[in-house]
Unconditional design. Structure first.
Length: 141
């Protein structure tokens, strides 16, 4: 009995690994777009965390759509030669797809607003901090 071939992923720090990470990210974004996901937010994690290069957060209108998007995305990732682990598919309120360099969270809208992952990862905080700093400088002058 022969061992099945598994794809050896390159480190994201190498050029090949970076290209694989970017290709996986593009595949995830296309899959979400094709399945009409709503309110897609992409969070670059490079420099913030070593768990992945990107975190993508999106919404589906119903549990059925959330589950369908997650299953199709996992299929697309596997067809491209990657691996995808799925958590939360049974309830489909919040489904996590771990594809290695890209982590995807697909929520129902109510569940997304409750957990508010964007706030935890400080999406938009940089812009707010810069605006506050420039306002403070303007008031001092």
């Amino acid at each position: 009995m022969t061992k099945p071939k598994s794809k050896v992923l390159k480190s994201a720090t190498s050029k090949e690994g970076k290209a694989e990470s970017e290709a996986l990210y593009a595949l995830v974004m296309k899959s979400l777009d094709d399945d009409q996901a709503q309110n897609i937010v992409s969070i670059p994690l490079e420099g913030k965390s070593n768990i992945a290069d990107y975190m993508v957060i999106a919404e589906g209108r119903s549990t059925r759509q959330v589950a369908s998007m997650a299953q199709k995305m996992a299929e697309h990732i596997k067809q491209a030669g990657g691996e995808a682990r799925i958590e939360g598919l049974a309830n489909a309120d919040w489904v996590l797809i771990d594809a290695g360099d890209v982590i995807v969270h697909i929520f129902r809208p109510e569940v997304r607003s409750f957990y508010n992952l964007e706030r935890m990862w400080a999406v938009g905080e940089e812009e707010e901090a810069e605006a506050e700093a420039s306002e403070a400088e303007a008031s001092e002058a």
